[in-house]
Ligand binder design. Sequence first.
Ligand code: SAH
Ligand code: SF4
Ligand code: F3S
Length: 431
Amino acid sequence: MKVHVFTYGCQMNENDTEIVKQLLLKEGHELTENEDEADVVILNTCAVRRKSEEKVYSHIGKLKKKGKKIGIMGCVAEKEKENLFKRGVAFVIGTRALASVPKAVSNAKNGNKQLFLEDTLEEIEYHRVETRNSKHHAWVTIIYGCDRFCTYCIVPYTRGREKSRPVDEIIKEVSTLTQKGYKEFTFLGQNVDAYGKDLKDGTSLAMLLRESAKIEGVKRLWFLTSYPSDFSLEIPKAMAENSKIARSIHLPVQHGSNNILKAMNRRYTREEYIALIENIRKIVPDASVSSDIIVGFPGESDEDFEATVDLVKVMKFERLNLAVYSPREGTVAWKYLKDDVPYKTKVRRMSYLLNLQKMINRELNEEYKDKVVEVIVEAQAKNGLFYGRDLRNKIISFEGSEDLIGKTVLVKVNKITAGPLYGAIEKILEF
Ligand code: SAH
Ligand code: SF4
Ligand code: F3S
């Protein structure tokens, strides 16, 4: 069968798609980048907000009109399960049932509705996954699931309980990929700081970073996403010791008011969060900290919102993902808290924070003026310029060429905006 896989959602979904593509090829299926050419279209889906879910349903509608066999995997699959059959899909694959995809595809022509929810992750040989999106950077999922149960969040219901992959398996995956020319790795988890806790043998994210940095051929290591009260200061310590570990920490705060943090079940206070960032910056002064914030959570008063505004001003995040609260079926907030902030207020608060963050970005970017930074060239943008990131996850655009992708270059920054920085290559480095 000819299969097209389309990915919505987070990096973990991207990684799952890479794995599924490999499994399909191994079982003799053919892949196509063109949806119209495919017999079977698999949507790897996201349910984090209602809008993400609605996008999937409208995509299903379009595929039905085109007469495609449809498979659903990812978080909407796990959330809706057999309900999806009412929408005319052929198979549904739970977030841990990836290894069942080839079988589901083979059976899809029989027209039976197939539901696979059983955990088959043990069957996956991660180090053999060659269908990666990039030729030099690889996503590496290190922990599945989340046990935090923030009251607004669907993820613990769709991704299940925390389960860490053994260190030696991850090291094998990274080593094998370095032999194929991979230099950059991003360790993924919904709560990456919980990595190793369930293994009960002293394994931790800091240890994994230190071990992985020893692998020949590894140039840069990233990790996503951190959870404030599980975050260990061993991580900035490892960064300070080792120039292969990126100085970039994505540490979502979600809100600036203690009342709302409590209602969100975030298990830390505003003061604890601020103290944590201060401690990180004591160890790694140039650490780049980014964050996520939800506006319009139930009960958010003007005063609560002001607390978020103030926190954003004080923290000066390098990047901020803003989202308007969206009630998710089955979560505690959906069950017990009224979505009572008027839509207009939510939008006004959101755009206020967007503008504020833009000014902060502009101000922080000024520090890059005329600096020379080490950048790994990532890709060519639509405007023809090439771009890459420095060790602090700052995106820089410059004139380049296809053969530089994956290489490390020294770029002199010559133009600042609130978004990307612009510069010119000064030198191409060996490795
Ligand atoms: N594990 C990560 C992020 C998971 S979801 C963490 O703990 O931060 C990614 C982001 O989506 C969250 O950081 C949050 O800001 C946002 N999000 C999650 N559920 C949401 C909801 N119901 N409404 C609006 N935004 C939500
Ligand atoms: Fe969701 Fe909270 Fe888990 Fe992040 S830590 S995935 S926001 S429950
Ligand atoms: Fe979305 Fe699931 Fe990722 S809800 S953000 S695809 S873990």
